[in-house]
Ligand binder design. Structure first.
Ligand code: GDP
Length: 168
């Protein structure tokens, strides 16, 4: 394989109800596990990802939160474009994450999910983009319901992990 070493651990973070489970289900396909490991092809090269969606940021103990903050190789930081509180929560999570992952090069993508719900939108595309710029991370809007841009988010994570790998 062109991808040496163990699988990349991709952690889904975000407020309850933003679509983390929906993301993990799309990744998992038929096998609908809480932790799913799978090989995908990105830019013609295989990559193995383990996607972790076991942490509900609203309800879980702080210990679990810290554990996930420490174990990821990369993070998808989700909010719902229909829920401003979840957008604020994503900012808080980004700040917490920075404490555990001070390295600049830990790949993080800010994900504005539910972009299909046009009439319920509370967070604009430009607000999302501006937030990502402040936090020095990539940004993408997705719809797990429409399966729009979900794979692009996972591919973007792999591309960033490879950039980091290749610059070592
Ligand atoms: P979690 O708590 O972050 O895991 O969120 P879920 O994945 O359980 O999603 C919460 C609810 O939002 C569920 O009813 C999903 O079907 C719905 N949902 C998730 N993603 C989308 C999306 O992109 N568009 C729409 N319209 N609904 C979504």
């Amino acid at each position: 394989s062109a991808e040496p070493g163990s699988p990349y651990r991709v952690v889904l973070l975000g407020a309850s109800g933003v679509g983390k489970t929906a993301f993990a289900s799309i990744f998992a396909g038929a096998a609908d596990n809480e932790v799913c490991e799978k090989e995908i092809e990105v830019d013609g090269e295989p990559a193995t990802l383990t996607v972790l969606d076991t942490w509900d940021s609203e309800t879980d103990a702080d210990g679990a939160q810290e554990c996930y903050m420490q174990t990821g190789d990369a993070y998808l930081l989700l909010y719902s474009v229909t829920d401003r509180a979840s957008f604020l929560r994503a900012s808080e999570l980004r700040i917490t994450l920075r404490r555990f992952r001070p390295a600049q090069h830990t790949p993080i993508i800010l994900v504005g999910n539910k972009c299909d719900l046009v009439r319920r939108r509370e967070v604009s595309v430009s607000e999302g983009r501006a937030c990502a710029a402040v936090f020095d991370c990539k940004f993408i809007e997705t719809s797990a319901a429409m399966q729009h841009n979900v794979w692009e988010a996972f591919h973007g994570i792999v591309q960033q992990l490879r950039l980091r790998r290749d610059s070592k």
